[in-house]
Design a binder for this molecule. Sequence first.
Ligand SMILES: *Cc1c(COP(=O)(O)O)cnc(C)c1O
Ligand SMILES: [Zn+2]
Length: 463
Amino acid sequence: MTTHAYQKCINPDCAATFDLLQVLSKCPNCGNLVDVQYEWDELDVPESLQWFEKRWADRRNPLDFSGVWRFRELIPFPRQADVLTIGEGQTMLKQSDGLAREIGLAPGSLFLQYEGLNLSGSFKDNGMTAAFTHAKMTGAKTAACASTGNTSASMACFAAATGLMEPIIFVGSGKIAYGKLSQALDFGGKTVQIEGDFDDAMARVLETCEQTGMYLMNTLNPFRLEGQKAIMFRVLEGLGWEPPDWIVVPGGNLGNSSAFGKAFMELHRLGLINRVPRVAIINSTGADTLSRLVNQEGLRWNGGHVDDGVIERFYKQMDAENRRANTIASAIEINRPVNLKKALRTLDFTGGVVRAVPDEAILDAKALVGRCGIGCEPASAASVAGTKLLREEGVISANDRVACVLTGHQLKDPNATVNYHSLPPEQIPEKLGRYGVRSAAYQNRPVAAANDLDSILKVIERE
Ligand SMILES: *Cc1c(COP(=O)(O)O)cnc(C)c1O
Ligand SMILES: [Zn+2]
């Protein structure tokens, strides 16, 4: 067992530390989030990021094959023998000049980090391999999560592939895209549909874990975030280890944005990068807690002294108005993001910004991503819609190098895609109509033809 990894409360007034093998979803002293921390001076860390390239030569070693564990010196909490990997992180960073042109960036400036290539079809696998590894180290037998869909797909996938833990899934009923629900069922996850939304499911899973000792796989679990740091390592790898100017990421529970900030804090501290990219976090306007708190209420990290009063008042008001998260981008349909404070830390350390984009902009951006030959699910496209907005505002310049994280696969939510492309506005179902999706700027409607060559040729010519 490495003794150079431990857990620590992020609140500087508390700063309590805990053993690596404790299972924590919050600091028992003060209730704040906990981090995994390392005694870096005691650990062997490569002198440059290029060093990791030697791992490319040995893809038969599962740890070198993994897009997470080939960076294991930067995630040094398990022994190699403890690692549970299913081959996560086989992703790519794709430059897209066509999309760059559409959103106002210069050729050569826009890169898409496509996480849909993970085994379960979303970036969640990056974190799940680390959390499963920790769960195994603690001897856990049951894994539980609340999910808008992708966490449950990934958790059930890891449980099925490793056979080590029984997966219990909490979802809001009717709140999960079909592609994701189908995965949870196919992988054999016990799926509990709760009358309520994600925020309700999250509250119930926390109670259940507390009472039963089931291992929590949500990103309150700091080990998930350790694995998700690797998404940034791979973006740097794709760029020849030269940091971009911007990382743009959708914000839901804010685990990713929290993990990215921690990755850059550590890389910077270790002298492995000399410039830190700015992180832009993109909410949907239908679930914009972070954007409101930062841009309207002025909430800041403030050296770790976050103003809890502002957050409490905000949630009280939200409950009084009975405001519920409501967006077509179901993966970010979250109004009480559990990693809020860590995301504030990311914004502070990287000079980041937060924006919210409406569902129409998200779906149009999604169609554009499809047109450039990748495709993604709705929430992922928030990063592209957000980049476009930040270009229009002049916050991002035309020549800035921007990496957008495409968090999930195109086939996760086929209903959203088919409805966007095929239905005339008056027929858009309530589920979409409620979100005000009426424009379809990039719509590609299927056309009907009679079953004979003449009518088919006529239809093709007309189109
Ligand atoms: C989970 C998820 C998000 C939100 O990520 P957070 O880390 O919760 O902010 C965005 N997009 C997709 C596809 C996801 O699965
Ligand atoms: Zn504490």
